[in-house]
Design a protein around this ligand. Structure first.
Ligand code: GTP
Ligand code: MG
Length: 205
């Protein structure tokens, strides 16, 4: 897919205030600092479109970006940031759970995982929740440039093996690096395919 245009639309904390749910939507979620905003900038080819920071907790709201006037990309705040108070964590949980359950145009959730890390409880719990709720999702392993190719491959393999302990069917996964623009075509082509399938399904109904 060619990105002709990517623009910021709005930030808010409630589904009711999000743009009308008329276009397919892809949400990026994962632990704080995993590289959600960086990946969005890499995919859209616009550095600075989504705000990034080396300090965790940069993204605080639900941020909508409109791509090619055809679909929405959504940057969500990260979870698992230790310095956040219990109340803000509960607030995060409420906002995200409500968004994931209520956003009718949500086509797919991209769950980002740092490709250097072993499976961590908050990620596994989040993935289990998506599976149980039947919310479509894929996995994106980030920051692959921080390791050798074979180490990254090995880590991804053992991560998937861990998931297979509880799930028969593995979700689709992508290995990416925002720094090296790795995985860009794969992710964008996936989104293009889903957009096409959704358009066909709408035509047939
Ligand atoms: P929050 O909004 O705080 O939840 O973080 P985020 O998940 O949006 O992470 P962000 O994109 O802000 O990136 C966090 C840090 O990781 C920044 O310092 C980025 O430069 C760095 N980073 C992100 N992606 C990559 C990558 O692919 N490679 C490398 N080397 N660094 C990356
Ligand atoms: Mg962010």
């Amino acid at each position: 897919m060619i990105i002709r245009e990517a623009k910021f639309v709005m930030s808010n904390s409630r589904v009711e205030q999000c743009p009308p749910p008329t276009l397919p939507e892809y949400a990026f979620i994962g632990r704080s600092n995993v590289g959600k905003s960086s990946l969005i900038n890499m995919l859209t080819g616009q550095n600075g479109l989504a705000k990034t920071s080396s300090l965790p907790g940069k993204t605080q709201l639900i941020n909508h970006f409109l791509i090619n006037d055809e679909w929405f990309l959504v940057d969500l705040p990260g979870y698992g940031y230790a310095k956040v108070s219990k109340e803000s964590r509960a607030q995060w949980g409420k906002m995200i759970n409500y968004y994931l359950r209520k956003r009718e145009s949500l086509a797919c959730v991209f769950v980002l995982i740092d490709s250097r890390h072993a499976p961590l409880a908050p990620d596994l719990e989040f993935i289990d929740m998506l599976g149980t709720e039947g919310i479509p999702f894929v996995l994106v392993f980030t920051k692959a440039d921080k390791m050798s190719g074979s180490r990254a491959h090995q880590n991804v393999k053992s991560y998937l093996a861990k998931l297979q302990e509880s799930w028969d069917e593995l979700p689709r996964h992508f290995v990416t690096s925002a720094a090296e623009k790795m995985g860009r075509d794969e992710v964008l082509n996936f989104i293009e395919d889903v957009n096409r399938q959704l358009a066909q399904a709408a035509e047939n109904s």
